[in-house]
Design a protein around this ligand. Structure first.
Ligand SMILES: NC(=O)c1ccc[n+]([C@@H]2O[C@H](COP(=O)([O-])OP(=O)(O)OC[C@H]3O[C@@H](n4cnc5c(N)ncnc54)[C@H](O)[C@@H]3O)[C@@H](O)[C@H]2O)c1
Length: 304
């Protein structure tokens, strides 16, 4: 058993990460400015923008690993300069505290939005499926803060070598367990509504991941981070696309700018490849929407 600090443990993704880490037998501490009910963690209320307080708490807790999720997590929730400032300041604060506490491993949540899809001036991928080697092209303050975070992590690897293991994961659109049963998702629609109206998911290239699978990824990374190059980035998504029918057909219909590469997507394959996580860490998402969306919420035409 290890002692793991999760920042933002009270959040949407944080709750599942905390649960999965507890399931794996870890002793979990959540640092958040909000307290959640029924969280399987010791909860400490802290404003992580306060670097001094963050350092104090982390040095006191002496975790074996830190998972940094706390952020302004929705593009456009605040003006671009504010989101960029807050999210990068949170990274500096947690990085400083984790290093002061001599933490062995620090995993940080980035986002697939770093790719740049949805840019008002247009966006075309170089190839599909997208992988971690594809160039980033952020077009809003949120995505820019995630690219900055990824660079800060690479900087830290150069500064500290292998004394600390660093990792970055880009979780796809997180679907919490209750959302399969009809609770609204982060963007205010149910999953069934997203399936019924593909334009809702097309804006994020039909990506998704069950929050428990994302939590399992975190537990897997903590166990096996030493097997991957330090500072590695991972897409963490379901292997299939959140849309009915063949992904290539959905891409041709709803994402014409990507159509020239659609033929490279097989069957229900996701537009985002999580193959690196499988190759280097042995992790693969197992909870697929076709198995988990409860029958009564499936739109009429999708029921057998
Ligand atoms: N939900 C998704 O689909 C998704 C997809 C890609 C990436 N991510 C990333 O995953 C992480 C978690 O996302 P989420 O959906 O759980 O977000 P969320 O908003 O539900 O949770 C974020 C948590 O961070 C906490 N927090 C924010 N500022 C804080 C501060 N100054 N001090 C202490 N706590 C603070 C909030 O109280 C909240 O509990 C974020 O970094 C987000 O960018 C999420």
């Amino acid at each position: 058993m290890s002692r793991i600090v999760v920042t933002g443990g009270a959040g949407r993704l944080g709750r599942s990460v905390v649960t999965q880490l507890a399931e794996h037998g870890h002793d979990v501490v959540s640092l958040d400015r909000e307290l959640a009910s029924d969280l399987r963690a010791t909860q400490i209320e802290v404003d992580l923008l306060d670097a001094e307080q963050t350092r104090e708490v982390l040095v006191r807790e002496r975790p074996d690993a830190v998972v940094h999720l706390a952020a302004i997590a929705v593009p456009g929730a605040l003006p671009d300069p504010e989101i960029f400032r807050i999210n990068t300041q949170l990274v500096w604060s947690v990085l400083d505290g984790a290093l002061a506490a001599q933490t062995g491993a620090l995993l940080l949540a980035s986002s697939p939005t770093v790719m740049g899809y949805g840019a008002p001036s247009g966006w075309e991928p170089r190839y599909l499926p997208l992988d971690e080697d594809h160039p980033t092209a952020p077009w809003n303050g949120y995505a820019a803060s995630k690219v900055a975070m990824e660079e800060i992590v690479r900087m830290a690897v150069r500064q500290h070598g292998d004394t600390t293991r660093f990792g970055i994961f880009r979780p796809c659109y997180v679907i919490a367990p209750q959302e399969w049963d009809g609770a609204v998702t982060q963007q205010g629609h149910t999953v069934a509504e997203r399936i019924a109206d593909p334009t809702l998911s097309a804006v994020a290239l039909f990506n998704y991941v069950d929050a428990r699978d994302a939590g399992d990824f975190v537990a897997t990374w903590i166990a096996r981070a030493h097997e991957a190059p330090n500072g590695s980035t991972f897409f963490v998504g379901a292997p299939d696309a959140l849309v009915e029918g063949a992904t290539a057909d959905a891409v041709r219909t709803h994402l014409p700018a990507l159509a020239s590469h659609a033929g490279d997507l097989a069957g229900h394959e996701s537009v985002f490849s999580s193959a690196r996580a499988e190759r280097l860490l042995g992790w693969r998402a197992t909870r697929l929407w076709r198995d988990h969306l409860t029958r009564q919420t499936v739109p009429q035409e999708a029921t057998p």
